[in-house]
Ligand binder design. Structure first.
Ligand code: CAA
Length: 240
């Protein structure tokens, strides 16, 4: 029986590559999205991957959404917490709305989404929770106190969850990408982006597929001894 994987923010950017990678590896994939209907429908038409629309920053939406996914595809074996937003601005100019938007989508969602699938994983004795962190949760980044705080928290969340899940066949890991060629990174002012690329020893932005391949590996049976870890994939920009 094919395993079921849910990828949040799974129709665009890094999430799109993860959804496609998991499908190619034989999973039944559900890609969630929040805003962009047109992109989601295009993605569905091109890939045949089911898309589901809800706000991962709202618990009731996650509960209803996961129930819909499980009715359509079956119990969730693999959760990829990928959905994330930025509201980049220096702290001295940041509004409470900019703070809360990022914490809600990037951090509250980890609890909401994982809470909705973890009991089933424990009962069935297998699960994979893979969370997309960030280089900027490891090193900090000016303009991103909100984002860095949320991404840093993915690591503590994952280490605690890894301990809770270990005896139940559940692993929890973080992948911390560096600057990957997605719309999110292209939104960085061009002069700043050039400076950033100059700081990457490999000399280029990363590709979404380079993250997706690691997700597919961590989701597999072969990765059962890897838990509580953070896999850094950033072209050498920051070495932990
Ligand atoms: N690396 C190097 N220098 C940077 C930088 C970065 N990441 N971010 C800003 N700077 C520099 C600017 O080049 C500028 O330098 P100069 O004064 O020498 O020109 C200085 O910091 C101030 O920047 P701004 O003039 O742009 O100041 P601002 O107040 O208008 O904006 C900012 C500040 C919000 C930090 C803006 O520069 C910005 O958005 N920077 C990019 C922040 C960033 O890296 N975000 C990551 C987005 S991608 C992502 O989040 C995915 C992921 O996980 C990696």
């Amino acid at each position: 029986m094919a395993r079921v994987a849910v990828v949040t923010g799974g129709s665009r950017g890094i999430g799109e590559a993860i959804s496609k990678g998991l499908k190619a590896a034989g999973y039944k994939v559900a890609a969630t999205y929040h805003g962009n209907d047109e992109a989601a429908q295009k993605f569905k038409a091109e890939t045949g991957i089911e898309v589901f629309k809800w706000d991962v920053g709202k618990y009731e939406d996650c509960k209803a959404g996961i129930a819909t996914v499980e009715a359509a595809l079956g119990p969730v074996d693999v959760l990829v917490n990928n959905a994330g937003i930025t509201r980049d601005v220096m702290l001295h100019k940041m509004t409470p709305e900019q703070w809360h938007a990022v914490i809600q989508t990037n951090l509250d969602s980890l609890f909401f989404m994982t809470r909705c699938v973890i009991e089933g994983m424990r009962n069935r004795g297998f699960g994979r929770v893979i969370t997309i962190g960030s280089i900027n949760g490891q090193k900090g980044q000016m303009g991103q106190t909100n984002y860095s705080a949320a991404k840093s928290a993915t690591i503590g969340f994952t280490k605690a969850l890894a301990q809770e899940g270990a005896s139940k066949g559940i692993t929890a890991n973080v992948i911390a990408p560096g600057y990957i060629a997605t719309d999110m990174v292209r939104a960085v002012p061009e002069n700043v982006l050039q400076k950033i690329v100059g700081q990457i020893p490999v000399g280029r932005l990363g590709e979404s597929d380079e993250i997706a391949r690691a997700v597919v590996f961590l989701a597999s049976d072969q990765a059962g001894f890897i838990t509580g870890s953070t896999l850094t994939i950033n072209g050498g920009q920051y070495m932990t």
